[in-house]
Design a protein around this ligand. Structure first.
Ligand code: AMP
Ligand code: MG
Length: 336
């Protein structure tokens, strides 16, 4: 039986919340990507998330809350040294609700399955009315990784979830397209200085306005230095090759190939070059990194179900959300 997809009326969300509260799995929209939600306090629900995604158990989940009042149930800010506590609070005050996940000391009652046995927990207060209402109506803490099979492209529409997870999820709440389009930025505040573990929907430039000394983990290092940071991730089924910015003109695809370029100018240059692509898709005509991030997974899903057997992409300028776009393109690409 195909999975049921519902809308976002009060009655719909109450039904979805009941399924969550009774240990079921509900996919729902957030401003970043669709999440595969399960009650964070229910170990069976957490186990089902890992099983549905075929996600390795060493990859911890993000716990989503709907209000700051719920933070204390999940995380123990008191266990941080004063400077770290201040940094955490400044970041929350400025960027929550929003696409920022904080790594914080965990409360003992948070199941180890949610944190892969780590003494820390990843927490986010999303800025999406449907996500917030659903979390509030259920148990107040919902673990929700992206609603895709492990390693595959993240979903930015309800249809992506239905196509990828099918009946491995009990219900899908269709709240339209996710406005940010890439996952949250993950910042660890438990160390000597705040550190970005994963670039995402909140740019480094904006983080620096609050935490000027913030550090950044090198994600191109093939040996993961943080949990759940494998070099291959967010990948389409078709092989994706990644070229430097403006480097696609030198590409010589062997078969029927599609190119994903940054802006109208890069498309023009590619069309005038000797490279032969059956299809060229543009992340943002105007060269806006925010729009490029919002379109990224949508376009990759489209191309991956289209009739080109090879996908090529170019890096985009690193500024703003460009860093998150490049990170996802790198992780999606073939490394040899
Ligand atoms: P997602 O797959 O979008 O739900 O993101 C979850 C990611 O957050 C994981 O793959 C980790 O990279 C990161 N994460 C979650 N919990 C922790 C933690 N306790 N410490 C460090 N990183 C974490
Ligand atoms: Mg994910």
């Amino acid at each position: 039986m195909p999975v049921e997809i519902i809308a976002t009326s009060d009655a719909d969300l109450r039904r979805a919340a009941e399924i969550l509260a009774s240990g079921g799995l509900v996919a729902f929209p957030t401003e970043t990507v669709y999440g595969l939600g399960g009650d964070a306090w229910n170990t069976r629900a957490l186990a089902r998330i890992f099983e549905a995604k075929r996600r390795p158990a060493f990859d911890p989940l993000i716990v989503h809350i709907a209000a700051l009042a719920a933070l204390d149930d999940v995380a123990d800010l008191g266990a941080l040294v004063p400077e770290a506590r201040r940094a955490a609070c400044d970041l929350m005050e400025e960027f929550w609700p929003g696409p920022l996940t904080l790594i914080l000391p965990k409360r003992p009652r948070v199941p180890d399955l949610a944190t892969s046995g780590l003494p820390t927990v990843a927490v986010r207060l999303p800025n999406h009315p449907v996500a917030r209402a659903l979390i509030e109506l259920s148990t107040g803490a919902v673990a929700a990784p992206s609603a895709n099979p492990f390693g595959y492209l993240s979903p930015t529409r309800a249809e992506h979830v239905a196509a990828q997870l099918g009946d491995r999820v009990d219900l899908i709440v269709d709240g339209g397209r996710c406005p940010v389009g890439v996952e949250s930025t993950v910042v660890d505040v438990t160390g000597p200085a705040p550190r970005v573990l994963r670039p995402g929907g909140l740019s480094l430039e904006r983080l620096r306005t609050v935490a000027p000394g913030i550090e950044v983990l090198d994600r191109t290092d093939p040996a993961p230095k943080a949990p759940g940071q494998l070099a291959n991730h967010y990948a389409p089924r078709r092989a994706l090759r990644l070229a430097p910015a403006g480097g696609l003109s030198a590409a010589r695809p062997k078969g029927r190939a599609a190119a994903l370029v940054f802006d109208a100018e890069s498309r023009r240059r590619l069309e005038e070059s000797a490279a032969r692509f059956a299809e060229i898709r543009v992340l943002s005509e105007a060269g806006d990194p925010v729009e490029a991030a919002a379109n990224l997974f949508d376009l990759l899903h489209d191309l991956d179900s289209g009739d080109c057997e090879e996908l090529w992409a170019e890096r985009v300028p690193e500024a703003g959300l460009g860093a998150a776009v490049n990170d996802r393109l790198y992780k999606a690409s073939k490394k040899t």
